[in-house]
Design a protein around this ligand. Structure first.
Ligand code: CTP
Length: 146
C-alpha cells in the first residue's frame, strides 16, 4: 500500500525533459492518485516575464499522457492552499531544489496545519528548461556563425 492517497505537484513542464519525468515517477511512488497542476501561459508570462516555448494545451497534453499522472489541472496561482482547498490532497511534492527556501518553509507550515505533508523529491542535476533554452540558443548561434 502506498503512503498517501492523493498527491499534488505543480510546474510549467515546458520542453518536457528527464527531470520532469523523474519528478513525476517518484511522486507517484508515494500516492495512489497524482494530480499535476500545469501553469497556464499567462501565469508563466506573469511570473517569469517570458513566454513558454510550448503552449499550455500541448504541455498539459504531454503531462496527461505520462503514465504516472492521473489528472492534470490548470494552475494560475502561487498559493498551494488555494489548490489544497480545491483538491484536498494529503501530500504535495516539489523538487528538493526548493527545500529550505523561505517560500517552501512557509508553504510547508500552511499545508501541515491542514494535515497535508510535503515531500521533497531529489532534483535531477544537469537539466532544466532554462538549461535546454541555453543549449538551443548556443547551437543556433554556432549554426549562424558557420
Ligand atoms: N525538476 C526536477 N529536476 C529538474 C528540473 C525540474 O526535479 N532537473 C522539478 C522541479 O523542482 C519542479 C518540477 O520539476 O518540482 C517542475 O519544474 P519546472 O519549473 O516546470 O521545470 P524546470 O526545468 O525547473 O524549469 P525552469 O528552468 O524554467 O525553472
Amino acid at each position: 500500500m502506498k503512503k498517501y492517497k492523493k498527491g499534488f505537484t505543480v510546474g510549467t513542464f515546458d520542453l518536457f525533459h528527464i527531470g520532469h519525468l523523474n519528478l513525476l515517477r517518484s511522486a507517484k511512488e508515494y500516492c495512489d492518485y497524482l494530480i499535476v497542476g500545469v501553469h497556464s501561459d499567462e501565469w508563466v508570462k506573469h511570473c517569469k516575464n517570458r513566454p513558454t516555448v510550448i503552449p499550455y494545451e500541448d504541455r498539459a497534453d504531454i503531462v496527461a499522457a505520462i503514465r504516472y499522472v492521473d489528472e492534470v489541472v490548470k494552475n494560475e496561482t502561487r498559493s498551494k492552499m488555494e489548490a489544497w482547498e480545491k483538491y484536498k490532497f494529503d501530500v504535495a511534492f516539489i523538487g528538493d531544489d526548493w527545500k529550505g527556501t523561505e517560500v517552501w518553509n512557509k508553504i510547508e507550515k500552511e499545508l501541515n496545519s491542514v494535515g497535508c505533508d510535503v515531500v521533497y523529491i531529489p532534483y535531477t542535476q544537469g537539466i532544466s528548461t532554462t538549461e535546454l533554452r541555453i543549449r538551443l540558443k548556443d547551437s543556433q548561434e554556432k549554426k549562424e556563425k558557420k
